[in-house]
Design a binder for this molecule. Structure first.
Ligand SMILES: Cc1cc2nc3c(=O)[nH]c(=O)nc-3n(C[C@H](O)[C@H](O)[C@H](O)COP(=O)(O)O)c2cc1C
Length: 380
């Protein structure tokens, strides 16, 4: 009897699609490779995570599955959108706890994405209506919101003085400490999509003349000092980073994205962090506009020694191929996970997927477009 159970398990593993094979990520044992990508949902009223997030995240939790939170502000200057969560106050930390507990109760592994928007903000989101901070004082031109018709307006940023930079790095360190206090398994440093860290990294934005600007090494210094501070605070085995060297979202492109991605992948090895999460070159924006693109993440995947997560425009087949061909250890899914709480199960059964509704990505309703996407009907 016991033997046949073991045999059936072995057979199941042999038959499993690559995305559904187990993976050891540092100290974490993942039962499959389908990661929930960070997804801003703007339902954290007053920057405080809300009880409805308990259901949302726990719906998307599987035993041994990795989930990454929506981008979460590190300080009161880090915000640029209505009702995104933070992790710099005691109240926010307390509010995260039941959400983290719910994910853990179902056996999930939960990382908090820590974030500073930099110049992608408006003075109305800033303390005392001050100017948003950035690597630069170059303003960002108004951008279409993802619903296609609203326009986001940004206030001209204030360039951080060199002597202010350690304070911002410290905000990331404290946010990481708070994330551990809230019970998270680790943090993902948001270094992608044109936000503050990317505003230092990319040469379309960074026009500094101090040690944080100019050469590639100088532009990456801010990101790496944050990594170092966070690693020293919570341990390298709990730290990941997200990067999008090829994206030009929020006017933050780079003239040599391949060199940049490679430099970062290699530099990160020094800190021995858990994972590097990179966004595919085909993703031009953070919200899913794709382009045909000749570049690949393969050189960075090869250079980075830890776990490599790829994201951006993947479907089931492409995810399976990426894992089978060893182009990634894990694949993060954004829009599909948003609309399919039981995505791993659907991939396992090759079942049809719910369609996502772009118009409710960022609306504030605690249910509609949030926790009301249906599960596959139980056949039991
Ligand atoms: C509604 C929405 C919110 C997003 N919020 C974030 C975020 O908070 N942090 C982040 O790094 N990326 C964010 N992204 C990007 C996704 O994590 C992902 O990289 C992107 O959707 C492409 O992957 P996909 O094709 O699987 O959806 C967001 C995307 C969408 C659609």
């Amino acid at each position: 009897m016991a033997n046949s159970v073991v045999e059936t398990q072995q057979q199941q593993e042999q038959n499993a699609i690559p995305l559904l094979t187990p993976y050891k990520m540092g100290n974490f044992t993942l039962s499959h490779r389908i990661v929930m990508a960070p997804l801003t949902r703007q339902r954290s009223y007053g920057n405080v995570p809300q009880p409805h997030a308990i259901l949302y995240y726990s719906q998307r939790t599987t035993k041994g599955g990795l989930l990454i939170t929506e981008a979460t502000g590190v300080s009161n200057t880090a915000q640029g959108y209505q009702d995104t969560p933070g992790i710099w106050t005691k109240e926010q930390v307390e509010a995260w706890k039941p959400i983290v507990d719910a994910v853990h109760a179902k056996g999930g592994i939960f990382f908090c994405q820590i974030w500073h928007v930099g110049r992608v903000s408006n003075s109305r989101f800033q303390p005392k209506g001050q100017a948003p901070i950035s690597s630069t004082d170059k303003p960002l031109t108004p951008q279409h919101r993802s619903n296609g018709f609203e326009i986001a307006e940004f206030s001209p940023p204030r360039r951080l003085r060199t002597d202010e930079i350690p304070g911002i790095i410290n905000d990331f360190r404290l946010a990481a400490r708070n994330a551990m206090e809230a019970g998270f398994d680790g943090v993902e440093i948001h270094g992608a999509h044109g936000y503050l860290i990317d505003q230092f990294i990319k040469d379309e934005v960074n026009d500094r003349t101090d040690q944080y600007g100019g050469s590639l090494e100088n532009r990456c210094r801010f990101a790496l000092e944050i990594v170092e501070a966070v690693v020293n605070e919570i341990g390298a085995d709990k730290v990941g980073i997200r990067l999008s060297p090829f994206a030009d979202y929020m006017e933050s492109g780079d003239s040599n994205p391949k060199a940049l991605g490679l430099y970062m992948a290699e530099a990160l090895n020094k800190y021995g962090i858990l994972y590097c999460h990179m966004v595919e070159p085909r993703m031009r924006t953070a919200v899913g506009d794709e382009c045909v693109c000749p570049h690949s993440l393969l050189p960075m995947r090869k250079a980075f020694k830890g776990t490599f997560i790829a994201a951006g425009g993947y479907n089931r087949e492409e995810g399976n191929e990426a894992v089978a061909e060893n182009r990634a250890d894990l694949v993060a899914y954004g829009r599909f996970f948003l609309a399919n709480p039981d995505l791993p199960r659907r991939f396992e059964l090759n079942a049809p997927l719910n369609k996502y509704h772009r118009e409710t990505f960022y609306t504030s309703d605690p249910v509609v477009g949030y926790t009301d996407y249906p599960f596959l009907e139980s056949t039991a």
